[in-house]
Design a protein around this ligand. Structure first.
Ligand code: DP6
Length: 324
């Protein structure tokens, strides 16, 4: 009897303590642990079918990808075949439910869904830890999208010891995220290249490693206490410290645009008014704002009043890998 192959669904995640630098480029072993929150609004659905052929075919949002567009995915499929010693080639059908206006990178949900889809099709019976390792080999941040809620990626020092683990998959916490989109275009310096330049040339990189170790400890305490203000303070400081590594790289670079700074100032103004709002920014100009259910409407209204050329998307806490 032929078993029905299910589609794997993975949600994207936002790092509260960022992953910014690798100690091994090939295995994507990070220099530090990182910690994220999985979100419910943005996800990738991927289905993998085995073909009687010697090459892989990739469809993204129902469009066939060409040689340059699918390079990273093909390389990943070769890695997976090598890991699990099989020769099968695939048709990969992947659909991103990340609103184009949301300003979220899709590599985290994309590689988490692809790893889970291969696990399903090839019946590898991987547990979540093994799945996280497999996803990490596609994109570091994908290792965390295997789980829902708050997740920590343990840096480790080998392929087997670098994986994500859940902190609280279903946290009962009044935390909501507002994604403010400034620029919809793709970034000029990828995360992979940006972090490599930061590790190699920023004189502050060793301080970053020390900082992350202490901020991970602190934020875990704040998560346990459901202290959103403290979570926000630590996440904002960590994000700004990550961006200090790009500014202090040689040559220096930044993902910020004028509106990024403006939104940051607005967030400070909101806090002065007693409204809870903290910023976190990934490798791009868009700002994600940590809010409560109470503060989010006020924050969104205030931002839309001040800046006419941005759009906002609200997200809540999401779950781990699903098969549908
Ligand atoms: C700023 O996971 O995209 O979003 O492992 O090279 O694919 P690669 O990098 P990627 O980097 C994410 C960087 C970040 C911070 C984070 O998600 O922790």
């Amino acid at each position: 009897m032929k078993t029905l192959v299910r589609t794997a669904r993975a949600f994207t995640n936002i790092a509260l303590i960022k992953y910014w630098g690798k100690k091994n480029q090939i295995l994507k072993l990070p220099c530090t642990n990182s910690l994220s929150l999985t979100l419910d609004r943005f996800y990738t659905d991927t289905k993998v079918t085995i073909v009687n052929d010697h090459h892989d075919t990739v469809y993204l949002n129902h469009k066939l990808l060409d040689q340059t567009q699918n390079k990273r995915i093909l390389k990943y499929l070769d890695t997976v075949r090598q890991f699990y010693s099989f020769d099968d080639h695939f048709i990969v059908d992947t659909v991103n439910h990340v609103p184009t206006s949301a300003g979220f990178a899709s590599s985290a949900s994309g590689f988490a869904a692809l790893a889970a889809a291969i696990n399903e099709t090839k019946q590898l019976n991987l547990n979540k830890r093994e799945l996280s390792i497999l996803a990490r080999n596609g994109s570091g941040s994908a290792s965390r999208s295997i789980y829902g809620g708050f997740v920590e990626w343990i840096a480790g020092d080998s392929n087997e010891t670098s994986f994500a683990a859940p902190i609280d998959e279903n946290p009962q916490i009044d935390l909501t995220l507002l994604s403010v989109v400034i620029n919809k275009g793709s970034k000029k310096i990828s995360s992979t290249v940006g972090m490599e330049n930061s590790v190699k040339t920023s004189p502050f990189y060793p301080n970053w490693v020390t900082l992350v170790a202490s901020e991970i400890k602190e934020i875990k305490q704040a998560i346990a206490k459901k202290d959103i203000q403290r979570i926000g303070e630590i996440a904002e400081h960590n994000a700004m410290s990550m961006h200090a590594l790009t500014l202090s790289a040689n040559p220096s670079f930044t993902y910020f645009e004028p509106e990024t700074i403006r939104i940051f100032q607005i967030i400070q103004e909101l806090r002065q008014k007693g409204i809870l709002a903290y910023a976190t920014i990934d490798a791009g100009p868009n700002v994600k704002i940590i809010c409560t259910n109470e503060s989010i409407t006020k924050v969104q209204k205030y931002i839309e009043e001040q800046l006419s050329n941005v759009s906002c998307v609200v997200a809540n806490i999401g779950s781990g890998i699903q098969y549908i």
